[in-house]
Ligand binder design. Sequence first.
Ligand code: SF4
Length: 203
Amino acid sequence: MILIDNILLEEEITETSFSCDLDKCKGACCTFPGKYGAPLKDEEIDLINNNLESAKKFLSEKSIDYIDRHGFYEGNKGDYSTVCIDKKDCVFVFYKNSVAKCALEKAYFNGESNFRKPISCHLFPIRINNTGRKYLYFQNIPECKPALKKGKSEKIELVNFSREALIRAYGEDWYNKISEYSSKNGKPKSFSFISGGLNETVS
Ligand code: SF4
């Protein structure tokens, strides 16, 4: 673990090469099977509500109907998340060429919304551990294996790839510090995945 200005993080974040490869992963992080969607900060509920109609323009009738009947979030103060449809797709997912995309982000980049997307989605695969002492960690999932390969071959560090999200979350001064730490101390890391009985290493 390293500590940069009161923010604790696993060193893996500064040692990993990463760049999303959507053609290969198909936006899998927006469609994970599970009961809950993306974690939401309390203040993000209002921010999404204010931009909901813009986001709906990009959603299917099924998704809009789902939101109208169930809302877009669930949980309690301090522990909200987006709703998933059929325990899979986040309710804000739409598909383009078989790739899952975020309707909130689409509306933002179309200039129709002032909220890009939840900070938890923006930071992913960096995640915030909220149980016990708060810290940042790299969530290494098999779906991101192509992103590890692409990051490695194109020499893109995770810290660099996540620059906008890290600045949004912790400010530019903090980002400059982690970026400096990463370039001085980050050592390339290998990851192993076990799937279908095969153990594959990306190094
Ligand atoms: S974080 Fe992983 S699953 Fe999500 S878009 Fe990037 S590579 Fe794909």
